[in-house]
Design a protein. Structure first.
Length: 295
């Protein structure tokens, strides 16, 4: 997951632990320094996900993956990725040490630079990590950056993030990112498919989000999503479904400011709420999270 576990980084002052020398937080990827063990971890994760994704990941993801220099047996080289991305959608991939402060993250996105974790998770932590690593960021996010609509939407999120910070509306905007770019589902050829990076980079959630009777699957509604809390520590309790990826195009053009006004007057919703006006695709039985709460 791209754990939006951001509080860790809030209020970090210059010179504090973890802050790199460059003001934009980028570091060299230093591809030659990855060890055989690190490449092997990539290979394990890659194999596991690629076996799961046919019939589960959306067409745009599969297509992006096919056209990028993302290989089974080695961590991708960001320069080679950037060459191909630049030609198709004008994006680049830059290396960062992990989570970066919100404003730094938004600045990169607004300039079509995707900050990707340089490190890879340890072999004994294949399923759990707190910060976005190179597998989550490159395998999960980068293929979708080959899709022109997603490419524009993520840039718009960067601009929108800087603006939302000034308007004190970041919580509301971050929920939109979470329930689209990270954990979004889309209808495709009569079924539900995954486009969210947090899902496509997770073996267990790739199955859970589509096959479990536990979570709700609701039609995407912008104001509704802005009010909805999310889980950063476990599978989502609700997934929001787009009718079409191109719906993101219209989303990117909407002026969020008046919506922030309206939504801030309404109650925040729990991650498992269902409202009378929701478009319910499947109503979850909630068993998974109820069970977890008892553990
Ligand atoms: N930094 N590297 C990285 N990746 C993220 O996804 C990220 C981040 N910093 C902040 C952040 N996400 C979120 O808090 C914002 O999207 C709101
Ligand atoms: Fe992410």
């Amino acid at each position: 997951m791209s754990a939006t576990a951001e509080p860790v980084l809030h209020g970090l002052a210059a010179g504090e632990a973890g802050r790199p020398d460059s003001p934009d937080w980028t570091i060299p990827q230093n591809w030659a320094a990855y060890t055989p063990q690190e490449h092997a971890t990539w290979a394990t994760l890659y194999q596991r996900q690629m076996a799961l994704l046919p019939g589960r990941a959306c067409e745009a993801f599969v297509d992006g993956m096919r056209r990028l220099p993302i290989e089974p047996d080695r961590i991708p080289d960001f320069e080679r990725l950037s060459e191909v991305l630049m030609r198709h959608t004008g994006w680049q991939v830059v290396a960062v040490p992990g989570l970066v402060p919100d404003d730094v993250f938004f600045e990169h996105l607004a300039h079509r630079r995707f900050p990707a974790g340089q490190f890879i998770r340890r072999a004994d932590q294949l399923d759990y990590l707190q910060e976005p690593d190179v597998f989550h960021d490159v395998f999960g996010h980068v293929p979708m950056l080959m899709h022109p609509v997603m490419a524009d939407f993520i840039q718009a999120y960067g601009h929108g993030g800087l603006r939302a910070q000034r308007l004190g509306a970041l919580d509301m905007l971050a929920r939109v990112y979470w329930y689209t770019v990270e954990f979004g589902l889309v209808r495709e050829s009569g079924a539900l498919r995954i486009y969210g990076a947090g899902i496509v980079s997770s073996a267990s959630e790739s199955r859970f989000c589509l096959e479990s009777p536990s979570p709700h699957r609701l039609g995407f509604d912008l104001a509704r999503v802005m009010r909805t809390r999310y889980r950063i520590d476990d599978f989502q309790q609700t997934y929001f479904v787009l009718d079409h990826l191109d719906d993101l195009l219209r989303l990117a053009e909407i002026d969020f400011a008046p919506l922030y006004e309206q939504v801030s007057r309404l109650d925040t919703l729990s991650a498992d709420a269902v409202l009378p006006q929701d478009t319910v695709i499947t109503r979850g039985d909630g068993r998974y999270h109820r069970q977890r709460a008892l553990e």
